[in-house]
Design a protein around this ligand. Structure first.
Ligand code: TEU
Ligand code: CA
Length: 554
């Protein structure tokens, strides 16, 4: 029998992330929605991706952009209805595009009926046992139960007012206070999430992207941890922090795998976990998830030695467990790579940039971003794209502070601006109001679009052979023909990365001198305008080429 894990569609898929609020608005309220997505699926199809991943569209007070779910089995009215979801999925499937939805199992919204019931119930009740409620420390319970920080600043605990009006217990929230953590030691929580998986599998989804999956199980006794807990965290004295990557998470993933495998077709689980590669690889062992985001790759600086070494270590870690390596440069949580690479120094991935801060070099950033993407799309494994990167869209680094919505902005006392800059509604048509984001004429969008967004609009890039959109389309088309493992060219000059896959050669000049191409080659893709007669690849440029001989015999 053929092992589906070795042949599945997802092993070399390109998966396109849609952030529903910001993709396309069908009714003119300035907020993207499901019918808006459906109406634009032809564009996604034309781009040439294999699957969509939809960030949360579930009922939610939107205190963390929908990652605060109040009902896991419905659609928020501002995004549409379940019938709209079915239409979206049917249309995508008809176009040969799979649909992946977001599962947010670590926490729900404080509006979730189960949490509201827990607040109304007594300390020690079964309702509270679905979450992590604890008495506080100190003489009157006035101190949080442990020293864990919240990812959005401040302590990871909030004290509740008991129904009779006195200050009471505390509950745990690794993220915003409006996002209480579920207690995964409780069987009822496990059963409820299995029902949620089945609910969406029954509606024909092809898989789940699993939000902060490494946080589900907390170490027994919730011990203090006086070390860093943010970003990619390393073990200390062989121990992971008590809120991340505890051994118990793997049994949960195995039980989900069994649920998915009981359905027809090949449905996938994709892990979101900011862990070192060797730890992430344990989540994609054969009976667990299918793949995991490669955040080490996303965190790379623009430096050939660093990039190459991350590619090598990622491939090694995943090969050991037989999982495909994934590649990602942008998502809804980090500064878009077209802007990140426009800075020469280190960049705070999630910190945000204000109008008064140093601004990125937009042209340089885009040139490097195109080179980085062209390299990424030639690598073996699957790749994740974030809506708008195919337009070369920059981070909006000059948003007015008073429109910011990321909860970290308020919680940090206006110190950390957060992630709104990569979530600004997309430009579709240069000449229309809201650049075509709303199909109904209206210029209001939930985050304001800067004037310069028009120059990135999809319609203006369609007919321009040098556009970023055309580069993505061409790369995705050729990518389908690539097979085989990566073969490194060890003779690559300093500052460059060179490898081949089958008869395709890739030369990425990251930060080297202009790099000579071998004689008798034909360039089939170049990330920057490149005259074929010119035999040297300039810095910040990636080219794909074949030898003339290979081309003639093809
Ligand atoms: O993000 C999870 C997450 O852990 C990081 O982005 C986190 O902020 C980082 O590790 C800090 O170093 C997911 C979602 O993608 C994000 O949008 C949500 O805000 C978050 O979970 C909470 O649900
Ligand atoms: Ca709308």
């Amino acid at each position: 029998m053929i092992d589906p894990r070795q042949t599945g569609w997802w092993r070399d898929a390109v998966i396109y992330q849609i952030y529903p609020r910001s993709f396309s608005d069908s009714n003119g309220d300035g907020i993207g929605d499901l019918p808006g997505i459906t109406s634009r699926l032809d564009h996604i199809h034309h781009l040439g991706v294999d699957a969509l991943w939809l960030s949360p569209f579930y009922p939610s007070p939107q205190r963390d952009g929908g990652y605060d779910v109040a009902d896991y089995r419905d659609v928020d009215p501002q995004f549409g209805t379940l019938a709209d979801f079915d239409r979206l999925t049917d249309r995508a499937h008809a176009l040969g595009i799979r649909v992946i939805v977001d599962l947010v199992p670590n926490h729900c919204s404080s509006d979730h009926p189960a949490f509201q019931a827990a607040l109304a119930a007594a300390s020690g009740s079964p309702q509270r046992a679905l979450f992590h409620f604890r008495d506080g420390l100190g003489a009157n319970g006035e101190l949080p139960p442990n020293d864990w920080p919240c990812m959005f600043e401040g302590p990871a605990w909030t004290r509740v007012t008991e129904p009779h009006g006195t200050a009471g217990q505390w509950y745990l929230h690794l993220f915003d206070p409006s996002q209480p953590d579920w207690n995964w030691d409780n069987q009822a929580v496990r059963e409820d999430f299995e029902s949620t998986l089945r609910f969406w599998l029954d509606r024909n989804v092809d898989g789940f992207r699993v939000d902060v999956c490494d946080a589900l199980v907390k170490a027994d006794g919730l011990p203090d941890w006086p070390h860093p807990t943010h970003g990619v965290v390393e073990p200390i004295d062989g121990r992971m922090p008590p809120m991340w990557d505890q051994e118990g998470i793997h049994d949960i993933f195995r039980s989900w795998r069994r649920v998915l495998d009981s359905y027809e077709g090949s449905r996938i689980l994709c892990a979101e976990a900011w862990l070192p590669s060797e730890r992430t690889a344990r989540i994609v062992r054969p009976d667990e998830m299918n793949q995991a985001f490669n955040f080490a790759y996303l965190e790379q600086r623009w430096n050939a030695v660093e990039i190459r070494s991350i590619i090598v270590s990622s491939l090694q870690a995943n090969d050991l467990v037989g999982a495909p390596t994934t590649w990602v440069l942008s998502n809804h949580d980090v500064m878009r790579h077209a802007s990140r690479f426009g800075y020469d120094g280190p960049v705070a991935l999630e910190g945000g940039v204000g109008a008064e801060d140093p601004q990125p070099d937009r042209a340089l950033g885009l040139r490097r971003a195109r080179a980085a993407t062209a390299m990424m799309l030639a690598l073996p494994g699957s790749a994740y794209l974030y809506q708008g990167e195919e337009l070369g869209l920059p981070e909006v680094t000059d948003l007015p502070d008073d429109v910011r919505q990321d909860p970290v902005w308020e919680r940090s006392g206006h110190r950390i601006r957060g992630r709104d800059g990569c979530r600004v509604p997309l430009p579709w048509e240069a000449k229309k109001s809201s650049f075509g984001f709303s199909s109904v004429s209206s210029s209001h969008t939930w985050l304001p679009q800067p004037d310069y967004f028009g120059t990135y609009s999809r319609d203006s890039q369609n007919d321009d052979p040098e556009s970023t959109l055309r580069l993505y389309r061409r790369a995705l088309e050729i990518r389908r023909t690539l097979t085989g493992p990566i073969m490194w060219d060890e003779s690559a000059a300093d500052g460059t990365i060179a490898f081949s896959r089958g008869d395709l050669n890739v030369l990425a000049n990251v930060n080297g001198e202009p790099a000579a191409l071998p004689e008798g080659t034909s360039v089939i893709l170049s990330s920057s305008p490149f005259v074929e007669e010119v035999s040297h690849v300039p810095p910040n440029t990636t080219v794909w080429y074949r030898s003339e001989k290979a081309r003639r015999s093809a």
